[in-house]
Structure formats: structure tokens, C-alpha cells
Design a protein around this ligand. Structure first.
Ligand code: BDP
Length: 737
């Protein structure tokens, strides 16, 4: 009996594991670098036949990194061991530059490589000495590394590489991620655990996580990382920390990633060396020269400084009656001998400005042309602050003689933290493709960033770039919500090529992160592409903005009205009253529209031509205002809030149907988080609709589910709500001061 039972149990278990557990357990750690076997048998065979051993004739650290990634990736994808050697073999994958590979040099690629610059690459199937080979060639080792990741990506996404002839060049120079990590390892607006940088064990212990972090970024072509918070702790420039940071830089270097540091403008004072930080005081300039020299002694290829000055309480040149250009240029001079740059942030809004929207433009526009050529102005995509939808920051179309770079946010500070699904690709795409008309048609933000629109930038010194604030931490899957990985991915790919669509980035990410099965990809891609708009709809549709509880940026509190600074109040932004809602930024209001090029200024200023999704950014309109749908503004607003909730519910339904396609762990996590998101979306909707109703005096149209609670309930909830944010503002710099 027992034997029969055991036998049956065995059959049962075999059946169970073969048929009901189709995919391995996954924890998200490998992100899009998982390299599982290519499932499609024909394709796998074709790849196996085309790609043999790796031939690499030099051994620089970057080439070693490229080779080991190829070995790991091809080994996994093709399920065969991949040998590495120097001698040409049949079907070899030959990698290198003409300078370090005689085999590549023999192909006479110089004309074709000439246009690829320092970081571009070429992947080609060809012949060397009558042998069939595939080559990854570039002008530099880092180009070869990027080409290696691209070849792997083609295989991971199941593209044909037969007769491949593929080249790629990044459109932007500085492709940088910004960490908001404090030295106490708490990450400002982080939501995915503690900072990755374990200062206690550095420089002696270099965790494998640092290497994997570098691999992840290099796979996207990211070439710089600012490792600490813009609200910077001055100790980051101390010898103690520089030693530790140098160890990180050593790990990142083979992956083409430079380290940058956020600095505190008052460092000379906070170090106790001087009693001033005045940029025009020669002692201050000397202090920075000497500190910068020290930095380069530790990190010879150091990238430069990121500076948040005279913004939200941070010190800056204005404390000494100097302007931003004086402040930035002094640092730029200290970095210049080493080829370093200053990323100077434009995120400023003085308390005395009438309209916060205008703040940054009004301060920086008069300084156009005054910045040193190694200063790059880093501007958030919108004029306020990473809101779910903003019009573009008018600085992009106004600063003709200044190097400019974009600052996006992958961290979901205003999108439900690491709890909500909110793929940021559509926001990046919308922003990069915005037509500004600065120099006629084609003056998109992407083209401006690429340096194609203003040719007044001084020749030969043009810097271009894109940055994103990013939240990876010690959470096993790096980002908290698994789908925040997709925004990291999209950012990197779009920083390389701003023409890439959000859809294409989503598809690549899904294929590499989950599955190549169309039946999985199509519905999830749809979810992802609608998720940002859902977030706009249930929080702040039609151009509303900043309705959050002050400080937490998570839940709604549109009634906030008693904060000491006007622009800390939600009422400042929405201006709801009996007569209507919205902020008048036309000539009869703050006239912020005038900051845009004429065509747009006109379009935005006219209530009939302003895009409806920006309406309340620019106009105060009556509750009865007729919308394109034929509904009144009030009805449309209600409609949008309800639509947002329904969009989350459809994401839930879509996801529930996909259980069989992926591993149980990631499936269950996303399912649970979508449930929380639905709960939060309802709270957002009901809080806002009930509150705005106190002004409109109109009913929620029939057919919509009625809020389960009254407004008082939601107000109490906002006061007592648990906010899933480990961040608190006690950065050490504040303690030091
Ligand atoms: C805001 C954040 C704040 C940052 C600031 C910035 O709430 O924590 O310090 O931006 O970008 O969005 O400097």
C-alpha cells in the first residue's frame, strides 16, 4: 500500500511541477538582465548557429566587463557554454576597436566608425579571413560595451540577427541618474529601502550590488551617477567620504559610469575653514580649487558637481548678493582643468514671487549667455515640480545661449510612491515631443536638448544631457514597485535616443523582464501606457495640480489653506470658488503664458485653443464652461475623476487574467499593489469631488457610484493617514548648520 501511495505521490508531484508551475520563482533582483533560455526553438537554434565563441584581443577593464556580460547573457539565452579566446574561430563573436583588435582593424571600418563618436557602436554579421563572424565594433571600449548590451537585448526580445548591420549613437552626451540619498542612508522620497551605499563598510567591502547596479545602468547607456541628495551634506567632500566614493567609482568605471557629487554651497563655511561662501571672494574660489583638486586625486575621472542653490532653504550665491551665474561659474572654473562640469539646478521659487510658475524663468532668463561653457542648467520638465502633468518649463525654449539638460523623475514622488503602478514613459515622451516653436517647427524639447535648435551655443563647448531622479534602494527588487523598474528603463533608453517611444520602451522592458509571449505583452503594455493618465485622472485632471497633503505628497488634501507660505497650500494652485476653478495665467492674471514662444503663448492664453488637459493651469473658468465633450466643466471634472478609478479597475482585471504567464511572486505582488492603488484612487476621487462640490454646488451626475463617506470623513482621514514614506527631512546638513 505504502509503495503504491509513494508512487502516486511521485506522479502527482511530477505532474504538479511540470504543468502547474510553468515559471521559476523570481524576486525582481535581475530586472531586465535575467537571460533565461530563448523559448522559441527555431530562433534559439538560429542564434546558436550564428554565435560561437567570443574573440577579444585586448583585456581592458571595460572589455572584460563586456565579455563577462556576453558570456553570462549568451550562456543563459543559448543554453550553451561560451568560450572566450584571442584566436579567430568559426562563427566567432569578435568584439573590440580598430586600435585594440587587429581582426576588427582588418575590416577597414574607419569611415563607418567615424560617425559613431566615442560611445556609438556597430554590430554586423560579416566575414574575416573567410570565416563567418559577428562583430561588435566601436571607437572606444565603452562603445563595445554598449553594443554588447544591445546584442543581448536583441536576443532577449527575440529579434532576428541574421545578416545584421546595425549602428547606434547616443543623441545626448550626459545621461545621468540622480540619487537623493542622504549619508545616513535614508533616501529622500525613496520608498525602496535604504541607500545602496553602505558607508560603514566602504571602501573595504565592495558589495556585488554595486557591480550589478553598474551593469543595469550600462545596459541602458547611462554614463553618470550623482550618488547623493541635492539637499547635500557637506561631509561628502571630506577625505573620509572621498575615500569611500573612490571605491564606488572604481566599481563603476569599467561600466563607463562617472561619479558626480551634489555639493552644499556653503561647504567652505561648514568645514569650518572660512566664514563666507561668497563666490567672488578669492579665498572661496581657492577653497573650491583645492577641494576639487583633492576630489580628482581620489577619483581621476570624476564627473563634476550637481548644485541645488538658493532653493528650499539650501544656501547659494544669493546669500552673498551674487547671482546664479556668479555662483556656478566659480565652481566651473575649479572643475575646468580636469574636464569636469557643473549641473546647476533651475528648481527655484522665491517666497516673494506672485506665481510660483514664473519663478525659475524670471530668475534664469536674464542670465542667459552668462554661464561658463562647462555649466549645464538642469531643468525639471515642468515649471512647478514633477506633477502628474505639467506644461513644459518655458526655460527650455528661452535659454538660447546656455547648455541645458532635462531633469525627469523616475521616483514616483507624486504618483503614489512605490505603491501605485504609474509607468512614466508616456510622461517622458509627451515632454520630449512637445513642440515649442522656439525656432519654428521642429523645435521640440528633445531637439532642443540635443542642441539642434539653438545654434548660438558656443561651438565646440556644447554640452547636452538628460537626468532622472531615481529611487533604487536596498529592497530586493531595487525599486519597491516592480513597475518602477520600467520607468528607469524607459528613461535610460530615451536619454540615449529621445525619439524612442514610450510604447517601444515598454515592450522591450516587458519582453526582457517578464515574457516574450504576445498574449502577455499586449495587455500589460496597454496597462502601462494608460497608467500615467489614470494617475492624472484620479488626482488632478484638466490641468489641476498639487492637491496633496503638504509634505507627504501621497494622499489628497485639496482643502489645505493655512500653511505659512501661500504656495504650500493646495488652494493656491486650484483657486476653486463659487465662480469657477483654475489659475489665471493669462495677461489678466499672472501672465506666465508670456514666457512661452508667441504661437504657444497665444494658444495657451485662449480658453478656446488651450489643450483641455492643461486648461486649469492657465485659466480660471466657470463651472458651466462648455467642454469639447459637450459636458460642463463640472461634469467633465467629475467624469475624469471617475474615469481614473475605472482605469485602475481595468488594470486590475487585465492583470488578474495573466496569472499563468509569469512567476507567482511578481504576479502576487503587483496584484496586491493594484488593490491598494484602487483604494487610494477612490480616496483621491471622493476627496476631490466632494470638496470641489462645496464650490460648484452641483450634484455628482446620475449613473456614477456615490462616495461612501462625506467630506469630513476624508478630511479626518488625511490628518491621520498612514503615509508609506520612510523619508524624513533630518538630513545631516541641517544638523550641521
Ligand atoms: C521636491 C521634493 C523635495 C526635493 C525637491 C528638489 O519634494 O524633497 O528636495 O523637489 O527637487 O519635489 O530639490
Amino acid at each position: 500500500m505504502r509503495r503504491i501511495f509513494q508512487c502516486n505521490l511521485f506522479i502527482l508531484l511530477t505532474f504538479f511541477f511540470t504543468f502547474t508551475v510553468p515559471v521559476q520563482a523570481e524576486d525582481g533582483y535581475d530586472l531586465w538582465l535575467r537571460y533565461p533560455p530563448v523559448v522559441e526553438p527555431k530562433l534559439r537554434k538560429a542564434y546558436q548557429q550564428q554565435l560561437g565563441d567570443i574573440v577579444v584581443e585586448a583585456a581592458s577593464p571595460v572589455l572584460v566587463a563586456a565579455t563577462s556580460e556576453l558570456q553570462r547573457g549568451l550562456g543563459g539565452l543559448l543554453t550553451k557554454p561560451i568560450a572566450v579566446g584571442k584566436k579567430l574561430t568559426n562563427k566567432a563573436l569578435v568584439i573590440g576597436t580598430p586600435a585594440n583588435s587587429p581582426l576588427i582593424a582588418s575590416l577597414n571600418l574607419s569611415t563607418r566608425l567615424a560617425v559613431l563618436g566615442n560611445e556609438g557602436y556597430l554590430i554586423e554579421q560579416t566575414q574575416i579571413n573567410k570565416r563567418d563572424v559577428t562583430v561588435i565594433a566601436a571607437n572606444s571600449d565603452v562603445g563595445v560595451l554598449y553594443g554588447s548590451f544591445q546584442l543581448l537585448r536583441l536576443l532577449q526580445t527575440q529579434q532576428s540577427i541574421k545578416k545584421i548591420s546595425y549602428t547606434s549613437v547616443p543623441r545626448l552626451q550626459h545621461r545621468v541618474i540622480n540619487h537623493w540619498d542622504n549619508l545616513n542612508r535614508v533616501i529622500e522620497r525613496g520608498y525602496a529601502g535604504l541607500s545602496l551605499w553602505d558607508w560603514g563598510t566602504l571602501p573595504d567591502y565592495k558589495s556585488q550590488r554595486y557591480v550589478d547596479y553598474a551593469r543595469i545602468n550600462a545596459s541602458l547607456g547611462i554614463n553618470g551617477t550623482v550618488i547623493n541628495n541635492v539637499n547635500a551634506d557637506p561631509r561628502v567632500l571630506s577625505d573620509q567620504f572621498l575615500q569611500k566614493i573612490a571605491a564606488l567609482a572604481d566599481v563603476f568605471r569599467p561600466y563607463g559610469i562617472k561619479v558626480y557629487l551634489s555639493i552644499n554651497y556653503n561647504s567652505p563655511r561648514l568645514f569650518g575653514d572660512l566664514e563666507t561662501g561668497d563666490p567672488l571672494d578669492p579665498r572661496v574660489a581657492k577653497w573650491w580649487q583645492e577641494r576639487t583638486k583633492k576630489v580628482y586625486e581620489y577619483i581621476p575621472d570624476f564627473g563634476g558637481y550637481l548644485v541645488k542653490a538658493n532653493s528650499e532653504g539650501q544656501p547659494g550665491p544669493q546669500d552673498y548678493q551674487r547671482d546664479h551665474a556668479d555662483g556656478a561659474n566659480m565652481l566651473a572654473a575649479a572643475l575646468k582643468p580636469y574636464g569636469g562640469v557643473v549641473f546647476w539646478r533651475a528648481f527655484v521659487y522665491h517666497p516673494d514671487i506672485g506665481d510660483r510658475f514664473r519663478g525659475s524663468y524670471d530668475e534664469f532668463k536674464p542670465l542667459d549667455g552668462k554661464f561658463a561653457d562647462n555649466v549645464i542648467l538642469q531643468v525639471k520638465n515642468g515649471p512647478i515640480d514633477f506633477q502628474p502633468r505639467e506644461p513644459y518649463s518655458a526655460l527650455f525654449s528661452a535659454m538660447e545661449k546656455t547648455n541645458m539638460m532635462m531633469e525627469f523623475q523616475v521616483t514616483q514622488e507624486y504618483f503614489g510612491f512605490a505603491t501605485h503602478l504609474a509607468y512614466q514613459g508616456p510622461l517622458f515622451e509627451e515632454s520630449l515631443r512637445t513642440e515649442t516653436y522656439a525656432k519654428g517647427e521642429g523645435s521640440t524639447i528633445g531637439n532642443i536638448l540635443e542642441g539642434k535648435v539653438f545654434n548660438t551655443q558656443r561651438a565646440g563647448t556644447k554640452h547636452t544631457g538628460m537626468a532622472a531622479v531615481i529611487n533604487p534602494g536596498t529592497d530586493r527588487n531595487w525599486t519597491g514597485h516592480p513597475f518602477i523598474q520600467s520607468s528607469w528603463y524607459a528613461f535610460g533608453r530615451m536619454a540615449w535616443d529621445h525619439h524612442m517611444s514610450a510604447e517601444a520602451a515598454a515592450e522591450e522592458w516587458l519582453r526582457m523582464t517578464f515574457s516574450n509571449d504576445k498574449k502577455f505583452i499586449e495587455p500589460v503594455k496597454k496597462m502601462m501606457l494608460s497608467s500615467r493618465e489614470a494617475g492624472v485622472n484620479y488626482r488632478s485632471p484638466l490641468g489641476l495640480t498639487h492637491l496633496y497633503s503638504q509634505g507627504d505628497h501621497y494622499g489628497p488634501a485639496p482643502w489645505t489653506a493655512t500653511m505659512e507660505r501661500a504656495d504650500w497650500n493646495a488652494t493656491y494652485y486650484h483657486r476653486a470658488a463659487k465662480d469657477g476653478i483654475g489659475f489665471n495665467r493669462t495677461q489678466s492674471g499672472s501672465n506666465a503664458v508670456a514666457q512661452y514662444p508667441q504661437i504657444l503663448a497665444k494658444q495657451y492664453a485662449d480658453v478656446k485653443t488651450v489643450p483641455e488637459d492643461l486648461l486649469l493651469w492657465f485659466h480660471h473658468v466657470s463651472w458651466d464652461h462648455k467642454m469639447q465633450s459637450g459636458r460642463s466643466l463640472w461634469d467633465e471634472l467629475v467624469h475624469k475623476y471617475y474615469e481614473g478609478v475605472e482605469q485602475v479597475r481595468s488594470m486590475q482585471h487585465e492583470w488578474d487574467a495573466l496569472e499563468s504567464f509569469i512567476d507567482a511572486e511578481r504576479f502576487a505582488q503587483v496584484k496586491a499593489l493594484l488593490k491598494v492603488q484602487e483604494r487610494d484612487a477612490v480616496i483621491w476621487r471622493d476627496s476631490c469631488v466632494l470638496y470641489f462640490q462645496t464650490f460648484s454646488g452641483k450634484p455628482i451626475p446620475t449613473g456614477y457610484e456615490q462616495p461612501k463617506h462625506d467630506l469630513e470623513y476624508y478630511k479626518t482621514l488625511a490628518r491621520t493617514r498612514y503615509v508609506p514614506e520612510p523619508w524624513h527631512p533630518a538630513s545631516s546638513s541641517r544638523v550641521l548648520k
